[in-house]
Design a protein around this ligand. Structure first.
Ligand SMILES: Cc1cc2nc3c(=O)[nH]c(=O)nc-3n(C[C@H](O)[C@H](O)[C@H](O)COP(=O)(O)OP(=O)(O)OC[C@H]3O[C@@H](n4cnc5c(N)ncnc54)[C@H](O)[C@@H]3O)c2cc1C
Length: 145
């Protein structure tokens, strides 16, 4: 851990955490993801069983109108839009296509595990630590099971 950096804990290693960890500036923060399961993105893999969609191709204003969320959360959709996400996926080796439902899918034969591995490579590149233990509270050290 660097003395010049703030320490940051991301609790839970689902897809939200993975995206955050891929984008965080690790020159400024020492980041650890805490995940109580023995692997990241378990639900992401379950989602993939039904032919998973990664986002939707609709206009961002239209997409925002479908959400009931607080203003800062809705505003965040303007700073990293579905189009930005599609571009980011492509930069990370995941080509996509628009399905008949207008949802965005990875191009076959990209499997959920391959998409997850691409995300994991990105967070490794970004030097994010992963601790496979349950995070209880900030005052309680996370120990091995
Ligand atoms: C059957 C199914 C199909 C789906 N299909 C799609 C789809 O096609 N497209 C799509 O976009 N979405 C789909 N989803 C929804 C998608 O899976 C979720 O929106 C997404 O997983 C949410 O990500 P998350 O990171 O917010 O939460 P999660 O994926 O739930 O991750 C939270 C993580 O936090 C961990 N955790 C919680 N508390 C702690 C703690 N105290 N310490 C350590 N770890 C902790 C949990 O173990 C978990 O791994 C589907 C979901 C299901 C169930």
């Amino acid at each position: 851990m660097s003395k010049n950096k703030e320490t940051l804990a991301i609790v839970g290693g689902g897809s939200s955490a993975i995206m955050l960890a891929a984008h965080i500036d690790s020159t400024k923060y020492d980041v650890t993801i805490y995940e109580r399961n023995q692997a990241l993105g378990r639900k992401f893999l379950v989602a993939g069983k039904g032919g998973f969609n990664l986002t939707h191709s609709s206009d961002i204003a239209d997409m925002k109108s479908k959400y009931f969320a607080s203003t800062p959360i809705l505003a965040s959709l303007d700073t990293f839009t579905n189009t930005d996400f599609i571009k980011w996926l492509k930069e990370n080796g995941i080509d996509t296509f628009v399905g008949s439902s207008k949802r965005i899918f990875p191009v076959k034969p990209t499997k959920p595990i391959q998409v997850l591995q691409a995300f994991e490579n990105k967070i490794k590149e970004n030097k994010i630590a992963i601790n496979f233990n349950r995070y209880r509270n900030i005052d309680e050290p996370v120990t091995s099971r």
